[in-house]
Ligand binder design. Structure first.
Ligand code: PLP
Ligand code: SF4
Length: 359
């Protein structure tokens, strides 16, 4: 089945791109005009890593790509928010594995990312190598093997696709040897932030572990490049249904026109919008927060105007570990007699009988 895992002698092209990642204010100032001392202050608690591919998507200072990648002094001057907004650590039976819902687990298998997103809700952990270890992966696999009600394993990190093919292959083999694991999901930002990582070898390898699903993460139309389209096509051609988990971010995509373009363009690269997340209340990210009504406004402006295929569900992940809950605009206005009063997507009022069965 799997013959394509090569002995890696030279660095692959994606590893070469990563090896040129920007981590210091001095590196960054050779590409753009920045305040080096401010950048230094921010990155001492929250490290910076921007690979040259993603950096190249910045068109101008302050655009939607810039804001996701370049450290902002407000990360340290606005101290509101929580270190662990979702209580993941409390809900972890073993380090790196969160079992919050009855039938599925979140399993962190990599501590690397192709870039460090400034809004990341795991920013207290990302870039710290202690987050995932060989031991935590082994313990996570044992927990899954011993827990019969887990039918769905969501691999995350960091970014699982930054593991070498051979390590990912071993983890997938282990998971597939567990009878009760029905589906495997991979949460990865690589198709967006480092599409060169998606190679024919990787896609072919993943193809051997179906049913496998990928949820990727695009936040701005400028991220949908020919390279990203090519990466998503390889994964879709390998039979992997592709979803997208977008985060609603002030100054990046908190505009119905930008969001509509993003959602429509995702469908053209065969990625189906899944969730639109309200930004988590993570410390150091408050300059990205939007009022809850903004997400509802955006969903209302999409609903009915474009196909339901490209409308994500708007989700909040409840602080304190309460889980993800969809928030939907209210279309039901009330009841009149035996009828429901409903507003359609254009704001026009309609009635629908409460009791439609014939007597
Ligand atoms: C998001 C998440 C999942 C998966 O949730 P779905 O709604 O099934 O996509 C599972 N476990 C944890 C801890 C999560 O945060
Ligand atoms: S890729 Fe995901 S885990 Fe990594 S920094 Fe970005 S949002 Fe966080």
């Amino acid at each position: 089945m799997i013959t394509a895992i090569k002995n890696r002698q030279a660095m692959e092209p994606w590893e070469q791109i990563l090896s040129k990642g920007i981590t210091t204010p001095q590196d960054l100032s050779s590409f753009m005009d920045v305040d080096e001392s401010k950048i230094q202050q921010v990155i001492s608690p929250y490290p910076m890593f921007i690979n040259p591919y993603y950096l190249g998507l910045i068109k101008e200072k302050g655009d939607g790509i810039y804001r996701q990648a370049i450290p902002d002094i407000r990360e340290i001057t606005q101290a509101n928010g929580f270190e662990d907004p979702l209580n993941e650590e409390v809900l972890s039976p073993v380090p790196g594995l969160t079992h919050k819902y009855p039938d599925r687990v979140l399993f962190l298998i990599s501590s690397r990312c192709a870039m460090y997103c400034r809004f990341c809700n795991r920013k207290r952990k990302v870039g710290r190598s202690s987050m995932v270890t060989r031991k935590s992966i082994r313990e996570g696999l044992s927990y899954i093997r011993a827990t019969g009600k887990i039918r769905d394993v969501l691999l995350s990190g960091g970014d699982p696709l930054l593991l070498p093919d051979s390590e990912l292959y071993q983890i997938l083999c282990e998971l597939r040897s567990i009878q009760h694991v029905e589906i495997i999901r991979i949460g990865t930002r690589v198709p967006c932030t480092l599409p060169q990582r998606i190679t024919p070898q990787l896609a072919g390898m993943l193809n051997g572990f179906h049913p496998i699903y990928i949820n990727t993460h695009f936040n701005h139309p400028s991220e949908i490049t020919p390279e990203a389209a090519h990466a998503c096509a390889m994964l879709a051609d390998a039979g992997i249904p592709m979803g997208c988990q977008t985060v609603l971010l002030k100054g990046v995509n908190d505009d119905p026109a930008v969001m509509k373009e993003l959602m429509q363009r995702l469908l053209t690269i065969r990625v189906r919008p899944y969730y639109l997340f309200q930004a988590d209340l993570a410390k150091g990210t408050s300059h990205f927060w939007t009022p809850l009504e903004k997400g509802l406004e955006i969903i209302s402006e999409l609903q009915g105007h474009i196909t339901g295929l490209c409308i994500p569900r708007f989700m909040i992940d409840l602080p304190g570990g309460g889980g993800k809950i969809p928030i939907t605009p209210e279309y039901v206005r009330g009841m009149k007699g035996n009828e429901l009063v409903i507003k359609n997507y254009l704001g026009e009022e309609y009635r629908y009988p409460l009791e439609s069965s014939s007597k």
